[in-house]
Design a protein around this ligand. Structure first.
Ligand SMILES: Cc1cc2nc3c(=O)[nH]c(=O)nc-3n(C[C@H](O)[C@H](O)[C@H](O)COP(=O)(O)O)c2cc1C
Length: 195
């Protein structure tokens, strides 16, 4: 039986331990389609998706991503014990955690809503991924990754239009080990007003 959307939202978790198995092309296409159908500011459909579908390439860009982390700018010291992030474990060398496929989400430079546009795409993709039994994680530092000299070389090589800027990444793959449990929600995060 298929899951309902609220159940998908509640059960989806960020996964940072992956097997090498590539995801099926039909599933990848559905996840991309979900990204393309995300809400977008002004209906402009300005974001762009770039799929990195090669383990070696993903590892190289993932290491660039990890090298851009600004530990002094981070608030709070701990993300997950079950699925440690590079914040939790500085020995992890790739910000993409060995995921076999990574989608870079690009948005239009200097557009007021470029960040929300990109993250709406990312959110749609991770939800559809979970729906299909595929694990995922949204990863930041898109701008930093591609303003390193090596990152800029990739953009040139891939002919990414100059008016586009990477805002985030969506890691995709199959989990190695047990899927993380649902996280409890913090209390006191909702206010209802009537006047
Ligand atoms: C804007 C944003 C940026 C994120 N950046 C990273 C990141 O750089 N690296 C990472 O491992 N996880 C990243 N995450 C995933 C969060 O750490 C994760 O969503 C959070 O810990 C809650 O866990 P859950 O997704 O399993 O519910 C990011 C999530 C969001 C929404």
């Amino acid at each position: 039986m298929s899951k309902n959307i609220l159940q998908i939202m509640k059960e989806r978790r960020s996964v940072r331990k992956y097997t090498d198995k590539l995801i099926d092309e039909t599933d990848l296409n559905k996840i991309i389609e979900a990204g393309l159908f995300a809400p977008n500011a002004g209906g402009g459909q300005r974001s762009m998706l770039l799929v990195m579908n090669d383990k070696e390439l993903v590892e190289k860009v993932g290491r660039l991503n990890a090298s851009c982390i600004r530990r002094d700018k981070l608030e709070g010291g701990y993300v997950s014990a079950e699925q440690p992030s590079i914040i939790d474990d500085p020995t992890i060398k790739s910000g993409f955690y060995g995921a076999p496929t990574v989608v870079a989400v690009f948005a239009q430079k200097n557009f007021l809503y470029n960040i929300p546009d990109a993250f709406c795409c990312a959110e749609n993709m991770v939800l559809e991924a979970y729906n299909l039994g595929i694990s995922s994680c949204i990863v930041a530092r898109g701008e930093d990754t591609f303003t390193t000299p090596e990152g800029m070389d990739y953009l040139k090589k891939w002919n990414v239009p100059e008016n586009m800027e990477c805002k985030c990444f969506v890691l995709l793959g199959y989990i190695a080990g047990k899927y993380p449990d649902m996280k409890k929600r913090r209390e006191g995060r909702v206010m209802v007003v009537t006047e």
